[in-house]
Design a protein. Structure first.
Length: 186
């Protein structure tokens, strides 16, 4: 097997290993499954296009730098779009009612224990909600450090900031999350 093929297989393994967590990060940041999928796909494509020849050790911080950059870009674009939507759209249907996704009201047929599923769903919703209250930089620092297990240095590279900034953002995020999720601490 040639070097190019080995590198391609290594890149495929790397992307498969970060795909779900990256999607979750993007979904928390955007609140949208579709937007998150687009952001992750774009970040993966950017990594392959620009950095596939780098060593495997460099891929993780580079990928998360690209991902965080795409999330920031999404925030910038949506800030402008929201301004226009306020002027152009009231957000209601012609009959004055908000639209509801009928699939969101269906029960999960794979749920085993309704009580446990309910507690887990409540805790997950509370965590998602709490994460969305953080500033974008706090969110990034927390997700990269706590979820991805990235080192302080790797996180600083991914966020394009100093290690001291990462420490500050991470500390503020942890304190805010502890306060917001106090009832879920065991």
């Amino acid at each position: 097997m040639g070097r190019m093929q080995q590198n391609r297989l290594a890149m495929d393994r790397f992307l498969a290993s970060v795909e779900r967590r990256a999607f979750r990060m993007a979904q928390i940041a955007t609140g949208s499954r579709e937007e998150a999928l687009d952001i992750v796909q774009d970040a993966m494509f950017g990594l392959v296009k620009r950095y596939s020849e780098k060593s495997e050790k460099e891929w993780k911080p580079l990928f998360f730098r690209i991902l965080q950059s795409r999330i920031r870009d999404w925030y910038r674009r949506n800030r402008v779009r929201r301004r226009w939507r306020i002027w152009l759209d009231s957000g209601h249907k012609p009959d004055g009612k908000e639209g509801e996704d009928p699939l969101a009201t269906l029960a999960d047929p794979n749920a085993h224990n309704p009580a446990e599923e309910s507690i887990l769903a409540d805790a997950t919703a509370a965590l998602d909600s709490a994460l969305r209250t953080l500033t974008l930089r706090q969110q990034q620092a927390f997700l990269l450090r706590a979820w991805e297990g990235m080192s302080l240095r790797e996180t600083a590279v991914a966020m394009k900031c100093s290690e001291g900034s990462v420490k500050s953002h991470y500390s503020r995020a942890v304190h805010a999350l502890r306060n917001l999720l106090e009832e879920y601490w065991v």
